[in-house]
Ligand binder design. Structure first.
Ligand code: GLN
Length: 257
């Protein structure tokens, strides 16, 4: 009997094909890697004693899992480790408000984009010295999140000197530093920057000439076309029927602590 079970399991694995062998989820789970400190896309809410994940990306990932008849499992980790976790198969996909960049494309494949964002500056409500990105070069102390596109822009595009950059693992940590006067500005993605600014009595300054638009997409292991096709199908359905837009509205400014 035991042997039969084993053989049956092997046969099932063979039927599941390459993608389930390459991925880390079992046959009935789909593992999403994320950094749940990025409202309104992913964050934790405390309902009673149990922390729960919520946000636009979590809702999208649930739909993807559902479409495959799988249970969604969420691995919360530092943003900087996500690409490696996808490329080594530790997680099946990264759904993390992740911008498609040429560097990341060297290590993972991306789905079709599902959201367009840009970087913004979060500054004190009464600050009138920062009205454009160039102003950050006037000796301002700038916070970013390690490995985010905002980090690249501040470091490489604006070339802010290293001694004036503070890198944190979560947006809220550097935003708190603007609140308590330790930093002059934080460069962060638009929706998250807006949510964190609103909840902390700060304001957002935009500069579309310097901060170009960025596309968020879902990352999968290189060559995992089976999962990628499935994701794209769900995304195109959710875009066409207005579900993604509805999610963006629903979560606007959500849980930005
Ligand atoms: N969009 C930014 C990036 O990809 C930040 C993403 C995030 O913090 N989750 O770098």
């Amino acid at each position: 009997m035991k042997k039969f079970v084993k053989l049956a399991a092997l046969a099932a694995a063979a039927v599941m094909g390459a993608s389930s062998l390459a991925g880390c989820g079992s046959d009935d789970t789909l593992v999403m890697g994320t950094n749940a400190a990025f409202p309104p896309f992913e964050y934790t809410t405390t309902n009673g004693l149990v922390d729960e994940f919520d946000g636009i990306d979590v809702a999208i990932a649930k739909k993807i899992a559902e479409s495959m008849g799988k249970q969604l499992t969420i691995e919360d980790m530092e943003f900087d480790g996500l690409v490696a976790s996808v490329s080594t198969g530790k997680v099946d996909m990264a759904v993390a408000g992740m911008t498609v960049t040429p560097e990341r494309l060297e290590n993972v494949d991306f789905s079709d984009p599902y959201y367009v964002a840009t970087q913004v500056m979060v500054v004190a409500a009464d600050d009138d010295t920062i009205t454009k990105a160039e102003d950050l070069k006037n000796g301002k102390k700038v916070g970013v999140v390690l490995g985010y596109t905002g980090d690249t822009i501040v470091t490489e595009t604006l070339q802010i000197p290293e001694e004036n950059i503070v890198r944190a693992n979560r947006g809220i940590d550097v935003v708190q530093d603007v609140k308590n006067g330790k930093l002059d500005a934080v460069v962060l993605d638009s929706a998250t920057g807006k949510a964190l600014a609103e909840n902390n009595g700060l304001k957002v300054v935009e500069d579309p000439e310097v901060f170009e638009s960025e596309e968020y997409a879902i990352a999968v292991q290189k060559g995992n076309t089976e999962l990628l096709d499935q994701i794209n199908e769900v995304l195109s359905e959710m875009t066409a029927n207005g579900e993604i837009e509805a999610l963006a509205e629903k979560y606007d400014g959500a849980a930005a602590e």
